[in-house]
Design a binder for this molecule. Sequence first.
Ligand code: SF4
Length: 186
Amino acid sequence: MAVEIPENVVVSRLDALANWSRKNSLWPMPFATACCGIELMATGASRHDLARFGAEVFRFSPRQCDLMIVAGRVVMKMLPVLQRIWQQMLEPKWCISMGACASSGGVFDTYCVVQGIDRFIPVDMYIPGCPPRPEQLIQAIIDLQDKIEREGTISGKEFQQQSRQQRSRALLELPIVEVPSGATTQ
Ligand code: SF4
């Protein structure tokens, strides 16, 4: 005998419910170091209205964030700070590399600039351009939301970072830089 479900009851899977909540409540951690940061700020302003996608709550505390947006070039001296903030963010978490500099070093082909942040932290979405427009960042967030929707929850697949990263080889080749004990990152 079929069980009749009342009209005001919705049935779903826990996976789907958790991922739906996650994708519609991304809290970005802005790591804006250069000109791309201005475009990042513009994306959060009223003209582009990031709130339409539930991702407008920028936080400056890594404990509260689940989306790292690296906008601008990262120099080697700054790398331990980036890594520390990334590690302080709780799982599940995602990363967008915004602009040519963050993704590849851009025009700064020099020893002191990181030639792609994916050598040191996992990246989920890359945005091309110098600088990318706010629309491109919004598109990356939409694509990331689709990706989050496809991830597992009960199985804990999202905690196995390598399974959701496309550039795991680079991560293996270049392990995380250790900050010497006693050293400051200021
Ligand atoms: S990609 Fe272009 S706009 Fe963005 S930080 Fe580099 S130089 Fe600046």
